[in-house]
Design a protein around this ligand. Structure first.
Ligand SMILES: NC(=O)c1ccc[n+]([C@@H]2O[C@H](COP(=O)([O-])OP(=O)(O)OC[C@H]3O[C@@H](n4cnc5c(N)ncnc54)[C@H](OP(=O)(O)O)[C@@H]3O)[C@@H](O)[C@H]2O)c1
Length: 370
């Protein structure tokens, strides 16, 4: 299989996550990678830094019309920014261009899912839920599903380091969801919940005391019940500082989410948070799975941990891009767990950076999260 011969355009390619991908892919696909964004100078600087024939392209994905001319040599677009609408995605798929998206926004993902027929008709593959959460969380869930005879309940725990450099778009997404109301699947039924209104205590690898993590509206908990048929799924978020997690959860419950919807306060908050550094750059995603194995009620845990959220996210996307570039993937719209074999993918990912590790043995010493 010769694989795809066109170029990989990384939209948002000089952002925190995009640059990790651009670096990884430029050495694998010399002369085929394009770093794209609205700022030509930034794109050119990164392309020059990475070498290997990496190109720069100025593009605004929200500009109306004429996007086709920016895409005529492209076979894969990787989207590293948040979109509300799918007109750009539709353009890509109608041109037969494969598409990878890192969004954690479920309503956006469902809009892309509705383009499944368009993708099939034009011979394109679109891959959603790529990154950490969603992404690795979906893959750990898929791995867990394979170990159980009947997996009934899954909790996904995310810990983010406040000493890490998080991209503007990633922070903006968190700020915009501080007080989100949403439905989770609970025993197969919809249950209305709210970000930060409920918590679970959880052990994270390498940290002795339990941490309290709070509900947050990541898309994985909405997608996994559909793709993996697990009846109860919830996602819980905390930061490496218990103090800051408590303060943010308290502010969220007292309505800070409403305040930061004011344009000027939103910009200020995002700016402040992108400069704020405290603690480590740890980043962990862990799933806790409950169900039946050999007729016995069983609890198992699986995790991936490391340093640098943007690095881990970008490398997941780069591995997904390599898969698409190798060719031979089915056409249509998929979530990562529908195309990728989870154990092999996670193992391969960990080999890319010695600061990452995983545990897929499943043994659970900590008891159920409370
Ligand atoms: N799935 C996961 O686990 C996960 C984890 C982290 C992040 N993410 C997602 O990954 C994406 C990237 O996050 P990040 O942390 O890398 O953000 P970032 O550092 O802010 O990067 C965003 C990039 O997009 C570019 N951009 C913004 N608007 C654009 C437009 N209209 N047209 C073209 N380029 C545009 C920006 O450059 P200019 O402003 O100069 O154009 C910037 O380079 C976000 O969607 C985030 O939600 C997902």
């Amino acid at each position: 299989m010769p694989g795809e011969q066109g170029k990989v355009l990384i939209a948002g390619g000089y952002g925190q996550v995009g640059r990790v991908m651009a670096h990884e892919l430029s050495s694998q696909f010399p002369g085929q990678v394009i770093v794209a964004g609205r700022n030509r100078t930034k794109a050119e600087a990164l392309a020059t830094e990475f070498g290997n024939g990496t190109q720069a392209r100025q593009i605004d994905v929200f500009a109306s019309g004429m996007l086709e001319k920016f895409l005529d040599d492209v076979c894969l677009v990787i989207m590293c920014l948040n979109q509300g609408e799918v007109s750009f995605v539709r353009t890509c798929l109608e041109l037969g261009i494969h598409y990878i998206d890192l969004s954690a926004q479920y309503d956006f993902q469902t809009k892309v899912e509705s383009l499944d027929t368009v993708a099939k008709e034009h011979g394109a593959t679109a891959l959603l839920s790529v990154g950490l959460t969603p992404g690795l969380s979906n893959l750990l869930a898929a791995y867990a599903k394979k170990q159980f005879d009947d997996l009934t309940h899954l909790d996904i725990f995310i810990m983010l380091g406040l000493g890490d450099v998080h991209g503007h778009a990633a922070i903006a997404w968190l700020v915009d969801h501080l007080d989100a109301e949403f439905f989770v699947h609970d025993g197969g039924l919809p249950l209305k919940v709210k970000s930060f209104n409920e918590s679970r205590a959880c052990h994270f690898p390498g940290i002795s005391e339990k941490r309290t993590a709070f509900r947050f509206n990541f898309s994985d908990q909405h997608v996994i019940p559909e793709t993996l048929k697990i009846p109860s799924v919830s996602t819980w978020l905390c930061f490496d500082s218990s103090f800051v997690t408590r303060v943010i959860s308290m502010l969220a419950r007292r309505g800070i989410g409403r305040l930061v919807r004011l344009k000027i306060l939103r910009a200020l908050t995002i700016n402040l948070l992108s400069k704020f550094r405290m603690g480590s750059d740890i980043c962990t995603v862990k799933v806790q799975a409950h169900g039946l194995i050999n007729g016995e009620q069983t609890l198992r845990e699986y995790h991936v941990t490391g340093h640098g959220e943007a690095k881990l996210t970008g490398l997941v996307a780069a591995e997904a891009a390599k898969l698409v570039m190798r060719g031979g993937q089915p056409k249509g719209v998929f979530h990562i767990e529908q195309l990728v074999s989870p154990g092999g993918f996670i193992h391969q990912l960990i080999t890319l950076d010695p600061r990452f590790s995983y545990d897929l043995a499943g043994y659970c010493n900590s008891g159920p999260s409370t």
